[in-house]
Design a protein around this ligand. Structure first.
Ligand code: PSV
Ligand code: MN
Length: 388
């Protein structure tokens, strides 16, 4: 199978947003390792993101996490990014690292603490106004550890009210995406555990509120592509947080743990017209590079998405539909697997080169000397990490 010109045209417009935090240090609850060259500031994170985009042509925007990426002048930050060819993307709120939020944030029983969490989201919208960001992404650590600890129903009602207040602040071109996660840090229940809860909450708000699907936030064995299909069918899939997992929310490189799952997910994206121009689906990474170098980790990630998208676009859709309609079980499966097993890498390398990009962005990065340069230049200061 070879990639058609039409598919290459479609791939040309592919854009994957990078998370600023992927360039900072991260780890487990046991250890956060330092890495030479790790950014000390959001500006240095943006420089690293620009390197990923320069070599791949795939990553024109960087997501911010507030307060991790707090600055005094967001308009200046926007210009800084634009000068490097990047836009500032999704603004992620953070209500999971403040003592006040021990028992919840947007769901908190104490009106003052709940208001503090709502105000934080208002501040995030102010940031979006200055950066030109479209999306406010909300992920809540809210939940309980023990049965009886909280009133599940009351918490859900307070969440609805909080979200309503935040939604009312959004500008005409702005959106809210609500991310779900079935566990962690709360162990008994989380207040937005699944796509159904997120869907119910955002549907009550209006068109500018959608669901964010983080691929690492499901129980083992969950058919994630079915959820993708359903949300696209309902017009409520707002964004992806791509990563992959073996056990929990591992935040590993997308496509690393289960390339076939990534293929199946992207197949449903294409089937649901999520790659079309004007599609509401934002493609983002939400990853952490704990032991590998961060910039090549991000390069590998966007390439994985590009390669798997190309394979998905190779699926012979009319033949597949005919096989499905004819009840040809193995024929239909074979058509899908033929595309999945096609190695698109040589063709994509040649195509990249024809567009003035690095044929092999991983090799180009290794040869660029950038890693040694930042390791030498970024001596001193405090490396960015969780909470900084
Ligand atoms: C939570 O696990 C999450 O997926 C949310 O998107 C956060 O904002 C992100 O990770 C970074 O901590
Ligand atoms: Mn996420």
């Amino acid at each position: 199978m070879s990639i058609s010109a039409a598919v290459l045209t479609q791939l040309e417009v592919q854009a994957i947003e990078l998370p600023s935090w992927a360039f900072g240090n991260s780890g487990t609850r046991f250890k956060v390792f330092q890495t030479p060259g790790t950014p000390r500031t959001i500006q240095e994170k943006i420089q690293d993101a620009a390197k990923v985009n320069e070599l791949t042509g795939l990553a024109p925007a960087v997501a911010l996490h507030i307060p991790w990426d707090k600055v005094d002048d967001y308009a200046a930050l926007r210009s800084f990014a634009e000068d490097l060819g990047l836009a500032l993307g999704t603004v992620n709120s953070n209500t999971f690292q403040d003592d006040d939020y021990k028992f919840g944030s947007l769901t908190h029983a104490d009106a003052a603490i709940r208001q503090k969490a709502i105000d934080h989201h208002f501040a995030c919208i102010d940031v979006m106004d200055a950066t030109g960001s479209r999306d406010l992404k909300i992920w809540l650590a809210d939940g309980t550890n023990y049965p009886g600890q909280g009133d599940l129903r009351g918490r859900q009602d307070r969440l609805a009210d909080s979200l309503q207040q935040i939604y009312a602040r959004l500008g005409d071109e702005q959106r809210m995406v609500l991310e779900y996660k079935f566990f962690e840090p709360a162990f008994y229940h989380t207040d937005v555990p699944d796509w159904g809860t997120s869907y119910a909450q955002v549907s009550a708000l209006g068109d500018k509120a959608m669901v964010c699907l983080d691929t690492g936030h499901h129980a083992p064995g969950t058919n994630i592509e079915f959820i993708v299909m359903q949300l696209l069918r309902l017009g409520k899939l707002g964004s992806f947080d791509f990563n992959s997992r073996f056990y929990a929310d591992d935040d590993l490189i997308v496509g690393a743990a289960d390339p076939f799952q990534l293929f199946r997910i992207l197949y449903e994206v294409n089937r649901g017209r999520g790659f079309d121009a004007g599609s509401p689906v934002a493609f983002m990474l939400d990853q952490c590079h704990n032991v590998e170098d961060k910039i090549p980790g991000q390069i590998r990630s966007v390439l994985n998405v590009q390669e798997m998208t190309a394979r998905v676009l190779l699926v012979d859709a009319p033949a597949l539909a005919a096989a499905q309609d004819a009840g040809d079980v193995l024929g239909a499966n074979g058509i899908l697997m033929d595309a999945f097993y096609t190695d698109v890498r040589p063709e994509l390398a040649a195509w990249r080169e024809s567009r003035g990009l690095a044929a092999d962005p991983m090799a180009a990065y290794a040869a660029s000397g950038y890693q040694a340069k930042i390791a030498a230049e970024r001596a001193g200061g405090t490396q960015s990490s969780w909470g900084a």
